[in-house]
Design a protein around this ligand. Sequence first.
Ligand code: S3P
Length: 434
Amino acid sequence: MNNDITVNPMTMPLHGEITIPSDKSISHRSIIIGALTNGKVKISNFSICADCLSTLNIYKNLGLEVEFLDEKTLIINSKNGLTPPDKMLDCGNSGTSMRLITGVLSGQKFNSELFGDESLSKRPMKRIIEPLTLMGARIESNDYKAPLKIKGSKLTAIKYESKIASAQVKSSILLAGLFASGETTVVEPYLSRNHSELMLKYFDSDIKEEKFDNKYLTSIRSSFLLPKDLYIPGDISSAAFFMVAAAIVKGSDVVIKNVGLNETRTGIIDVMKQMNADIEILDLRILNNEPVGDIRVKYSPDLKGIEIKGEIIPRLIDEIPIITVLALNAEGKTVIKDASDLKNKESDRINSLAFELNKMNADIIPTQDGFIINSNGKKQLSGGAELNCYHDHRLIMSFYVASLVSKKQNKINDFKWVNTSFPEFLGLFNRLGV
Ligand code: S3P
């Protein structure tokens, strides 16, 4: 694939039916949690994006047997448990790999070392090092950043109140909790995505979730996990680009099949409905404890700006870049608050997004914890810009969708970073007529 691409404005509607590749968060967990079953797990519809392949390769280095039956179906066999790696473990661009796997490795009887690429090496790891250390983990870092040197230790359960609602922090502690004596509890201010909890339940672990005093508590005890087969639904965070594109490209009508609709991830649907988008869910069903359905979105000429803040933020944290593009096509002001953790994603998404989109005449004011986006819904983005992506896949894909509704073509640099989560991205847009 070309490293830099130019994207022309769409002159035709987007039309058709597509199936989105599988959920990245659940794919990571299928390996990380599946490998704790000490048995065979068949994983169907695994995501072959770069991030999930980082997790899979790490686990091969930790002794997991992996057999691919076809491109997206594999059998993992963890009958020998985890074994000491013979090299440093490469997390690539993937924060989920690094944070979750550190939880598991902290409680092993061997030492290990995790590293990542330039972007991952800048991301904060204190959020996991601090609680894991309280449990007895011994982790050396570069001033709380990667690389992380982990000395396998005996862990003790803790009750940990996290200041942020982060599924990566919660999952890291819960996974360490499986190797600790006693009951480990994580308390969150808002509920972050709960795929780890649902999968741990599916494999019969001793885990419980409660809401108390307006806080969310998840507790786990060391348990035997029973191996069972897994099917992974499509990724709503990938579907989001097509949902927004269909809502803003004139005349469009798109059906996205087989999308994971876990409530901790569907904030984008609530926001689109509130903004007046023409969106409906079809054929809702449950697979391995996870809700799945199809999403139909039609061109929505009367989008309006709204305020997005508080409890909904973790339910749409990864969709904020593309929601910003939606807001630029809505009438009135959209305000996004309580999202300061965007600065700690693959790039500082608050500043990078505003800076790049403003190059094409958008009116986005970055704030401490989000954005103020002004739009009258009629003024088209000018285009004619050269957009940088800061090694951040979700910025690239948002710029691509913004370019479909700009007046002039845009150039997007380093497009290859799309492979972090979504190698099939361009192919699927081509199927819809781009
Ligand atoms: C993820 C959790 C989110 C999200 C990330 C994937 C996960 O991070 O932004 O892309 O798979 O647990 P936080 O929960 O740490 O905000």
